[in-house]
Design a protein around this ligand. Sequence first.
Ligand code: ADP
Ligand code: MG
Length: 427
Amino acid sequence: MNNASMNQASINQASTNKPMIELKNVTKAYPAKAEQDNGGLIRALDGIALAIARGEWVAMMGPSGSGKSTLINLIGCLDRPTSGEIWLDGENVAGISTNDLNRVRAEKIGFVFQQFHMIPYLTAVENVMLAQYFHSMTDEKEALEALDRVGLKDRAYHLPSQLSGGEQQRVCIARALINDPKIVLADEPTGNLDAANEEIVLRLLRELHRQGRTIVMVTHDPVVARLADRRIELHHGKIANQEVFFMQDEEQFDEILEELFVLQEHGEIAESDHMEVHGALPVSIALEKLQGMDLVTTRPHPPESHNHKTFVNPCHDALKPAGVSIGDGALIVELTPRGLKRAEDIIRRHRLAERLFTDSLAMDSETEIEQQACKFEHILSSEATDKICTFLNHPKTCPHGSPIPPGPCCGRATGTARSPVAISRQR
Ligand code: ADP
Ligand code: MG
């Protein structure tokens, strides 16, 4: 009863815009190995500061021994930090008693481990019921429903040895969900699975994400990590990179910056709902990330409606259809000075590549030129770009007549291509 009233108090305290998980200066030190016996300490985690929003899906990456499992275990209330604070849903769990740790874990946390940790002589449904027992009361009907949700109703009375790895992992997910946890912690959940089962488990994780649960997932696999909203890398117990982007994400960011540049170049206003950029991330999420990197800003669409005129994006041979837009909640997206600089670099690489393929290499398939230029725009180093520019004698326009932003090699005298801002101001 005491615990229950405490829980309610802590839930009421938790304001919804506070992070679901927040670590403040968290250190976890273990005594160094006995044979070294020099009284030294291994800092498995070293001054970690990290906030994870409600409903966010974070992937933890980093080499073996970097502290990922230690971090998961601390967030999961399986262990306590040496120093620092760990706030879960508005409650600091760093210094609480073992009983309270167990209570918070039972209430808020669901675990999915790489090693399935199933009791070998209990059936699937009994393994789930064991979790119910630790949480509150066993209920076979509810346990069967949990197995049904992961597609395993017909395996309920099998022993772990009679289940495939993927099926065992799904039992573990059913077990993790028995307390309807707000936080799901997964330590290499697909580490031991074949491709087909990996897909099933990832689909389940995505479902949990859609339900609004907060997910922290350790993985070595960049493809799996890309499903998360954010990737964090640990190195020697420290956060090495708040955000690790992959090549595909970077390319999508480039595509968006390029589209913003071309829209500005044509005097058009860029709106989040009208952008057609293909990539792994939904455009709205990619825009949020670009905002976080100080490459774009957004503001609400003004209430007045206005027209968009039709134009062809010569770089991507794509028609932007005309249309009317009204202030219906869309966001207007603009490049920041940094974003404009990066967009100019991309456009410059693309248009120089087109020149190179057309003029110097005499390629004549428009499609082929486009496809290759789209690849070059992401990969050319600034050195190679300047070499190509110099080789082509600093051309001012692409073969379609669009201006090529000048680079450092062009010099003041030759750098006459105008920025899209200057062009749109003239209109
Ligand atoms: P990861 O999951 O990234 O591979 P871990 O969190 O398991 O890394 O380990 C981080 C570091 O802490 C390693 O150097 C490991 O040897 C050490 N470590 C982890 N758990 C213990 C423990 N219980 N006792 C002593 N050292 C530990
Ligand atoms: Mg580990």
